[in-house]
Design a protein around this ligand. Structure first.
Ligand code: FES
Length: 193
């Protein structure tokens, strides 16, 4: 499905899940950050590792995380279903998480969403509508896998997607002439003059 929704009816069944030795080493590293008996504090990181290994989070993976961390499975489901960083269904190679909260909406997220929906085929690109990504100063913002693309409009969004299609990794961050969150065109204060 191109647009990822919370509809639970189209979740494929996965028979089993186990961390590979490489991922299990990372899981153990995370757990070691917490005092004995507090291993549940590593749950978000361990879920993230499960998702990176599998590509998404089937229920069997959440159950395995619960088993490793000695948590009730429902506690793990509660966390996995709360945060949009966790995908409970398979997704395309690039997940376009489009922020449509007020600052992004006021700055044109509808046009950005339109470009994303047109590109979404469920294989290369999947789309998910998300709440504030915390980058409002450079709205509108789309998170693509682990990176933020900012100051977007329909044309620049299409340009970014075309680059991914060609196998390139376009430069994350502002897609206008702006250094991080400085004013467009360059800093106007504290210039040392
Ligand atoms: S409202 Fe979109 S990043 Fe905050």
């Amino acid at each position: 499905m191109a647009m990822i929704t919370a509809d639970p009816t189209d979740v494929p069944q996965v028979a089993s899940f186990a961390f590979t030795p490489e991922y299990m080493a990372k899981v153990n590293e995370l757990i070691a950050n917490y005092p004995p008996g507090r291993q549940a504090s590593a749950v978000i990181g361990v879920l993230d590792l499960a998702q990176r290994q599998q590509g998404w989070l089937p229920r069997v993976a959440m159950n395995e995380v619960a088993r490793i961390l000695d948590m009730a499975p429902i506690r793990v489901y509660e966390i996995a279903t709360f945060y949009t960083m966790f995908q409970l269904k398979p997704k395309g190679r690039y997940l376009l998480q489009v922020c449509t909260t007020t600052p992004c909406w006021l700055r044109g997220s509808e046009a950005v969403m339109k470009a994303c929906l047109e590109a979404a085929d469920g294989t290369t690109f999947s789309v998910q509508e998300v709440e504030c990504l915390g980058g409002c100063v450079n709205a509108p913002v789309v998170q693509i896998n682990d990176d933020f693309y900012e100051d977007l409009d329909e044309a620049s969004m299409k340009k970014v997607l075309d680059a991914f299609r060609r196998g390139e990794v376009p430069r994350p961050g502002p897609q206008v002439d702006r250094q991080t969150s400085a004013p467009i065109g360059g800093p106007t204060t504290l210039k040392g003059e």
